[in-house]
Each structure stands twice: as C-alpha cells, then as structure tokens.
Design a protein around this ligand. Structure first.
Ligand code: HEC
Length: 150
C-alpha cells in the first residue's frame, strides 16, 4: 500500500516537469498539445489570409505540413480505455463509440492539408480559400466530438 502511494506521488511530481510535447501517449495533455499545434498553424494561415502577416510561401508550407502530420497522429492518442480519463472533459465519449468516423475525419484533414501543400496557395486570398477547406474539418469534428468547456 505504502509503495503505491509513493509511486503515485512520484508520478504526479514527474508530470509537473514534463513538457506537454513529451506527454504520455493517449493522455489529455498529449491530445491538447497536438491540437494546439494544429491551432497555432491555422492561426498563422489566418493571419496571412487577413493580411495581418505578409504572404510567405515557406510559412504557409510549414503550417500546412504541421497540420497534415499532426492530423495523422492525432487519433492514436485516443486508445481504448483512455476514455475514462476524468481530467479530459473536452473529449467526448462519442469518439470511442465512433472511432472509425473520428479517424476518417482526422485523415480527411490530413489529406486536405496534403492537397494544399501539393498546390501551395500562391497569395493571401488563396491561403484564405484553403483555410476554409481546412476549417470545415475542424468545425465538423469539434461539433460532434469536442465538448466545449463553459
Ligand atoms: C478528428 C477530429 C478533429 C479535427 C479534424 C480537429 N480537431 Fe481540434 N479537437 C478535437 C478534439 C477531440 C479536441 C479536444 C481534445 C481534448 O481535450 O482531449 C480538440 C481540441 C482543439 C483545441 C483546444 C486545445 C486546448 O487547448 O484545449 C484547438 C485549439 C483545436 N482543437 C483546433 C483545431 C483546428 C484549428 C483544427 C483544424 C485545422 C482542428 N482542431 C481539427 C478534434 C478535432
């Protein structure tokens, strides 16, 4: 019993210093870290589309590549049994009930991002149009599978 308590304490202490990017697979932290990467990249694209940042082909390509790569590994973070994580009020239980659909939606985002990398948007307006295509994936998945915190 005592050992168990110590082990749990070590685990909790360790969690504090672990960077979110090194967060254990299948945890809330890992999921959020990946989505934050996607959100950050979408933010870069939005800033360019709105003219808040100058058009930069390298930045556009980097953001799209990050979205593509992240979308492909995202569903791996929702392993069976990790749905009982009480710390994760944002991930809907529906994810685990409809895992095939959830995976397909993540894959679609990855494919759409790949298509845009292959035909890189050449100016701010094109970035905006591409972002609309990507954004439909974000909103579609969030609406069903993400529980908004109040
Ligand atoms: C396949 C489904 C899916 C797609 C596609 C998707 N998301 Fe998410 N997103 C989620 C889920 C599920 C959560 C909640 C994760 C959690 O809390 O464990 C989330 C959470 C987030 C968060 C909140 C992270 C935090 O700080 O708590 C952001 C930001 C986000 N998504 C941005 C995006 C953007 C931008 C896109 C599109 C480019 C996108 N997502 C596409 C499923 C998806």
């Amino acid at each position: 019993m005592r050992l168990k308590v110590i082990a749990a304490a070590v685990l909790v202490a360790g969690m504090g210093v672990t960077s979110v990017f090194a967060a254990a697979e299948g945890t809330h932290d890992a999921r959020v870290a990946l989505m934050k990467k996607v959100g950050g990249s979408a933010g870069v694209l939005a800033a360019i589309a709105k003219g808040e940042k100058p058009y930069d082909a390298d930045a556009v390509k980097a953001a799209l590549t990050t979205i593509s790569e992240t979308a492909k590994v995202f569903p791996d973070q929702f392993k069976a049994g990790t749905d009982t994580n009480a710390k994760d009020p944002e991930a809907s239980p529906k994810i685990w009930e409809n895992m095939d659909d959830f995976k397909a939606r993540a894959a679609k985002l990855g494919t759409d991002a790949d298509t845009l990398v292959a035909q890189l948007p050449a100016d701010a307006a094109a970035v905006g149009a591409g972002l609309k295509v990507l954004g439909a994936n974000c909103g579609g998945c969030h609406q069903i599978y993400r529980i908004k915190k109040e």
